[in-house]
Every structure is written in structure tokens, then in C-alpha cells.
Design a protein around this ligand. Structure first.
Ligand code: NDP
Length: 309
């Protein structure tokens, strides 16, 4: 069986950063790319808030550069999805694509999280063409235009207030007659003149065409009445799923399924397993934050491996 000092699961900014650091520390990591090589960023286009790129950078190009940097420094990168993990044995045992088995002395989990979408066919059609799940990433493209945010939690309120600083009008589409967000966030929303909260509405359809992208949304109230909003952007803020199914019952997870780490470190409940990026971070969810936490995980992992020699 193939055996590695360290295996990194995930190919977003957290995974690649961990790979870069561990390769430079001569730990010969294997990085498994997973179901979405390059991670969540590859679903967006221009990134203007990743430091070091004065004019912004194309998301796929950025991820391509991180991948190449890891390869240049000696990381082995393999396509494939980890389908089973056994953390009860030493070395840890991983199954890739249901077939190949490998062993790892240590593990960095950087499997990320995925934004939840409504599941409408029209929403899928316009993803990246007006439909987004990240206001911080894409809000800038809707300056002085009208947009809608779906959701009534803290994220939706935060995204709406952020968008209100850029856009002309922001509509919040909330399915309940109240917001679930904290009082402080609610107050900010209600105090912002260009946010209108539409309670008891669900999104029925995203309208648009392939040239202009999104041009509006059709929303339906709980009493069955409908209205159309002319918006250029639709932001989903209905929560994220951390990709931790593989680790259920093996690593300590919080109520939402995010991996619990020891405060200020990347150490999980199993010695030798470290977590980095969105898989352990329900709050910040930014590429640069994920990259930083990949660095932290690599340093923790390197210390762990050296302490065993
Ligand atoms: P939440 O789960 O708190 O809220 C999700 C929102 O989306 C709810 O209003 C929910 O409605 C709505 N929703 C879910 N599914 C659908 C659907 N299919 N159609 C329409 N609406 C839907 O997620 P958040 O991402 O807002 O927050 C996650 C965690 O992160 C929370 O603990 C939050 O407090 C925290 N957070 C904290 C921040 C801060 O402190 N600054 C900032 C951002 C997040 P319903 O209420 O009806 O279920």
C-alpha cells in the first residue's frame, strides 16, 4: 500500500497553501483534488480582494497558479475523491474513488463548504451570470444597480447591508414573517434606507437571457400572489454545507457539521488530523482567510510529524 507522511484532502486555497508549506518543509505531501478541483473559487470570475493583484485576478488563474506552485515545490497532486477514511487506525487509512487504498501518518482536511442554492433550474442557468452566493466576491459588479438577497439569517443581513453600500436598491426575500438574524443585524437592515425586506416571499423563478444575464426575479407570497422585481443580481444567503460527511463519527463536529478545532490552532479531536479553510470556518469564508488557515495547518502538521521522529 502507498504510504505518505501527510495527505491533504481538498484543492482550494487552504489545501494548496498547506501543500506549498509542507513541500517546502520536505514532508512530500500528497494532495487529493476532490470533486471540484480548485474549490469554490472556480465558480466565480474576477477576484479583486486577494492581496497581491492590483488589478484583480481571474479566479481560475489564481487557483491554477497555486496548483502549479505546489507542484513546482514537489507536491504530488492526484485527481480523485476520498470515499472513505479510517481515523481509528495508525497510520490513517484512506480509500480513493472507492478502490485505491493509501496510508497517511497525518492528514489535513481542507474539503471546504458549499453554498446552498434553492434548486431552481433557472437559478442554475444563471449561476455566475447574475446568480451568486457571495456578495463580498461579486457585489462590486452590481454597483448602482438593483439586486435581491434571499435569506433572513445573519449572512443575508450582512450581505444586504454590504450590497446597500454599492447598489441602488436591495430587496431581501425572506420566507418567514420575521428575520432569523441577531437583533443587531436586524437593526442595521431596518436602518438602511435602500434595503426593502419582503417577508413571506419565496423565489419562484430567475428571469433573464444569455446575453444580459439576470434581469429580474418572480417571487411568490405565501398567500399565492406574485410579483416581479427588476434586479440584475440575485444573491443566495441561505446557508452553507461543510463537506464533512466522511468524518461523521470520527472527528468532533459542531451542530452545523463544521470540524471543531482547538482554539487558535488547526488541531482536531484526533491527534495528527488538522483542519483548514471553510470546513472549520462558518464565519469568514474568504479565500485569503482559507489560505492563511492552510498555512497554520501545515505548520501544526509539520511540528506534529517532527515530534514523532
Ligand atoms: P442561517 O441558517 O442562520 O440562516 C439561513 C436563512 O436562509 C434563514 O433565514 C432561512 O430561513 C433561509 N433559508 C434557508 N433555506 C431556504 C430556502 N430554501 N428558501 C428560502 N430561504 C431559506 O444561515 P447564515 O448563513 O445566515 O448563518 C450561519 C451561522 O453563521 C449562524 O449561526 C449565524 O449567526 C452565523 N453568522 C454570524 C455572522 C456574524 O456574527 N457577523 C455573520 C454571518 C453568519 P428560515 O429562518 O425560514 O429557516
Amino acid at each position: 500500500m502507498e504510504s505518505y507522511k501527510t495527505v491533504i484532502i481538498g484543492s482550494g486555497p487552504a489545501g494548496y497553501t498547506a501543500a506549498i508549506y509542507l513541500s517546502r518543509a520536505n514532508m512530500q505531501p500528497l494532495l487529493l483534488e476532490g470533486i471540484q478541483p480548485g474549490g469554490q473559487l472556480t465558480t466565480t470570475t474576477l477576484i479583486e480582494n486577494f492581496p497581491g493583484f492590483a488589478d484583480g485576478v481571474d479566479a481560475n488563474q489564481l487557483m491554477g497558479q497555486m496548483r502549479q506552485q505546489a507542484l513546482n515545490l514537489g507536491t504530488q497532486i492526484r485527481a480523485g475523491v476520498v470515499t472513505k477514511v479510517d481515523l481509528s487506525v495508525r497510520p490513517f487509512r484512506l480509500t480513493i474513488d472507492e478502490t485505491a487504498e493509501i496510508e497517511a501518518e497525518s492528514l489535513i482536511v481542507a474539503t471546504g463548504a458549499a453554498a446552498k442554492y434553492l434548486g431552481l433550474p433557472s437559478e442554475t442557468k444563471f449561476r455566475g451570470m447574475g446568480v451568486s452566493a457571495c456578495a463580498t466576491c461579486d457585489g462590486f459588479f452590481y454597483r448602482k444597480r438593483d439586486v435581491a438577497v434571499v435569506g433572513g439569517g445573519d449572512t443575508a443581513c450582512e450581505e444586504a447591508t454590504y450590497l446597500a453600500t454599492l447598489c441602488r436598491q436591495v430587496y431581501m426575500i425572506v420566507r418567514k414573517p420575521f428575520l432569523r438574524a441577531s437583533q443587531a443585524m436586524q437593526q442595521r437592515v431596518f436602518a438602511t434606507p435602500n434595503i426593502e425586506v419582503l417577508f413571506e416571499y419565496n423565489t419562484a423563478e430567475v428571469l433573464g437571457d444569455q446575453t444580459a444575464g439576470v434581469t429580474g426575479i418572480r417571487i411568490r407570497k405565501t398567500d399565492g400572489s406574485e410579483r416581479t422585481l427588476d434586479v440584475a443580481g440575485l444573491f443566495l444567503a441561505i446557508g452553507h454545507h461543510p463537506s464533512t460527511e466522511l468524518f461523521e463519527g470520527q472527528l468532533e463536529l459542531d451542530d452545523e457539521g463544521y470540524i471543531r478545532v482547538e482554539a487558535g490552532t488547526s488541531r482536531t479531536s484526533v491527534e495528527g488530523v488538522f483542519a483548514a479553510g471553510d470546513v472549520k470556518d462558518p464565519h469568514y469564508r474568504q479565500a485569503i482567510a482559507a489560505a492563511g488557515s492552510g498555512c497554520v495547518a501545515a505548520l501544526d502538521c509539520e511540528r506534529y510529524l517532527r515530534s514523532r521522529r
